[in-house]
Ligand binder design. Structure first.
Ligand code: IVH
Length: 658
């Protein structure tokens, strides 16, 4: 068998295995075997780019990055459904039909909590996936939907085929994704629906691929392959689509209701979220007779489950401090089962929420899960009070560091602004070292955390003492001499940064990269910025009174002022270096390496000068290096530059160019 034939064979085999695994949920080979064949195919395809096939299983890992999604007008509009919230309303809907047509057959399905999607196939091949959008026009999210393994890339049907359904995030993926986000300090998704929608809107399809989405397919508009809705679903299943297996036919609305009741009992045990049931008239002939009102079909209706609410007692109220310093009040509850899990804590969101709902310690309360995920206290049952209940007063000090808490105008939350508060330390140091801030390569969140645990880092200042901790650091796992040297060099280089990087790195609320630049350009140095009055700050264009207040509160904190002084003593530059005029230098956009001892400049000064001219100053020479500037006693770096044919210049040439 030649390589071409092997590629075709592997594609066929892997398609079959992944259909069995993802669509039928009945794997026939161990994962390791699948992975091995997959890698073999990847290698062969890399060797034979001429055999590229968009339909190959390797094309589903996400390999497209778009700048925007194309707008697509649906050939047939994507409709929404009318809602009912009680069985009586459901009976009324059915009565309107049976009054005219007598008993009819209903198809009852789970209402999947995800986002609606239309899949288009032409000539048996997947052509496009389009979101619902406003129902008329949606967005082409094909590159993301392609990464959903259970969505077929080819079907044994040659006519144009438009099948609609729901893309959703299984609970297992949701839990995993949120755990990862928590670990990375990113905001968690409130529920699987938001998570699915957020993933489908990613322009980088690799991100979507990593999110573990899936789909259920439940509607084929104007299907020519069957006379009934249920028949269409069976046909779709034969074509390779996942149709939810809990789809049932009934001859009366009372039978439908008892199916709904049964489902309500088990819905929290399902591996995906459902927020109700959809009931459809099964016969297409009857559907056509019934038709539509405005944008809603009369032949289908959505029954929404009520949010499950239970009673329990608030045993205590306590504050947790998030990684950004945000303080959230929580209720400690007498454990109670709600929406499938035992709940012992519920968020109280913020001070106003507690006051508005008048929730007191000792109260009997109603609890439910927002979006069926995050437990919250709905209200207190005031009739149950016996006088032992205690009002909660929001603390004035951070429960973790004791620093003063601030509640800013127009914000409901309290914040701890002490950058050295343990609760926010990893987060704030990692922000300080970020590329757009002090740009200290090799000191990302994971490493900050490890250093913190070793007692090597407790503040921004400590970063500039790390060179003294060589022995301790080299003892750590995954830390070699080379990474240590690189880290110390990156820290050293950061001292030369123009001050807007430091301002950004401080992590003052609402002062990100852009505001930091405006402030640095305005005040020119740290002292002027740190001592500016509220009025002075508010008057700056694009800063505004709220940000001004955040800045003032930050510098009113004595420990923050002391931190700036310490950084100054360590040699961190506190001045603004205006780069706006210098973009026509030959160094602009180039990668430059300094080596040897320069006579007229310190390493920091030379770095600052080069960065000022738009250069990236790197520590090692490679093919990507544009210039090597050398002083006396230049060694291996200069040799390597010459070997690679990289342009070199000595100090005096460099001086002339600047
Ligand atoms: S049928 C014309 N069936 O619910 C019929 N919709 O509230 C189109 N949904 O926009 C929809 N599960 O996103 C249908 N089994 C199901 C569904 C379902 C979830 C969603 C869908 C729709 C929304 C309406």
């Amino acid at each position: 068998m030649n390589e071409n034939e092997r590629i075709q064979e592997l594609r066929k085999l892997l398609k079959q295995y992944s259909y069995e695994y993802y669509t039928l949920d009945r794997p026939t080979v161990p994962d390791s075997e699948y992975d091995m064949l997959f890698r073999e195919l990847q290698d062969l395809e890399a060797k034979h780019p001429e055999l590229y096939d968009p339909d190959s299983p390797t094309q589903r890992v996400g390999n497209e990055i778009l700048s925007e999604f194309k707008k697509i007008t649906h050939e047939r509009p994507m409709l929404s459904l009318g809602d009912v919230f009680s069985y009586d309303e459901l009976r009324e809907w059915s009565k309107k039909i049976t009054d005219v047509y007598g008993e009819v057959e209903y198809c009852a399905e789970y209402k999947i909590d995800g986002l609606a999607m239309s899949l288009i196939y032409e000539d048996g091949l997947f052509k496009q996936a389009v979101t619902r959008g406003d129902g008329i026009t949606g967005e082409d999210v094909s590159s993301n939907v392609r990464t959903i393994q259970s969505v077929p890339m080819s079907i044994p049907y040659k006519q144009r085929y438009d099948i609609r359904g729901e893309v959703y995030m299984p609970k297992s993926s949701f839990n995993r994704v949120n755990r990862e986000r928590r670990e990375n300090g990113e905001e968690e998704f409130a529920n699987p629906r938001n998570a699915a929608a957020g993933s489908i809107r990613q322009l980088d399809s690799r991100i979507c691929a990593s999110r573990g989405l899936d789909g259920f397919w439940y509607h084929v508009p104007d299907d020519v392959n069957s006379d009934t809705h249920y028949g269409s679903l069976e046909y779709a299943r034969k074509l390779g689509f996942i149709v939810n297996e809990n789809t049932r036919l009934f001859n009366s609305i009372e039978e439908v209701i008892s199916f709904i009741e049964d489902t309500a009992k088990i819905r929290h045990d399902l591996p995906y979220e459902i927020d109700g049931m959809v009931i459809k008239v099964n016969s297409y002939a009857l559907q056509r007779e019934l038709g539509f009102t405005s944008r809603i079909p009369k032949w289908a209706i959505a029954y929404k489950f009520p949010a499950e609410e239970v009673r329990t007692k608030v045993e205590d109220i306590f504050i947790t401090v998030g990684r950004t310093g945000k303080c959230t009040p929580n209720a400690k509850l007498t454990p109670v089962k709600v929406a499938g899990t035992t709940v012992s804590f519920a968020t109280l969101h913020n001070e106003d929420n507690i006051k508005d709902k008048d929730i007191r310690i000792g109260d009997t309360v109603i609890v439910r899960k927002a979006g069926d995920i995050i437990p919250e206290v709905v209200r207190a049952i005031k009739e149950n009070r016996d006088g032992s209940q205690v009002r909660f007063t929001f603390p004035e000090h951070c429960p973790v560091c004791g620093g003063k808490l601030y509640r800013f105008e127009d914000e409901a939350a309290h914040y701890c602004v002490n950058t050295e508060c343990k609760a926010r330390l990893v987060y704030s140091i990692a922000h300080f070292t970020e590329r757009n801030a002090m740009n200290i390569d090799g000191l990302g969140e994971k490493r900050v955390e490890a250093f913190l645990n070793e007692g090597l880092l407790n503040s921004f200042e400590d970063i500039y003492k790390l060179h003294n901790r060589r022995e301790d650091i080299l003892q750590m796992e995954k830390f070699g001499q080379k990474s240590f040297d690189n880290l110390i060099e990156a820290i050293e280089n950061s001292k030369a940064n123009s001050v807007e990087r430091l301002i950004n790195g401080l992590g003052i609320r609402q002062v990100g990269e852009k505001a930091a630049r405006i402030l640095a350009a305005h005040f020119k140095n740290m002292d002027a910025f740190m001592n500016a009055s509220l009025e002075e700050l508010s008057e700056i264009k694009d800063i505004g009174p709220i940000t001004a207040e955040y800045i003032r509160e930050f510098f009113n904190e004595a420990s923050n002022r002391e931190m700036i002084n310490q950084l100054k003593l360590f040699g961190v530059n506190m001045n603004y270096i205006d780069t706006s005029l210098n973009t026509d230098s030959i160094f602009n956009g180039k990668t430059v390496v300094l080596t040897g001892t320069l006579e007229r400049f310190s390493r920091n000064e030379a770095t600052a000068l080069l960065e000022n001219l738009g250069a990236h100053v790197s520590g090692s020479v490679s093919k990507k290096t544009d210039y090597v500037i050398y002083g006396t006693e230049a060694g291996s770096k200069l040799d390597k530059a010459r070997e690679l044919g990289v342009a070199t210049m000595d100090e005096s040439e460099f001086e002339k160019l600047i």
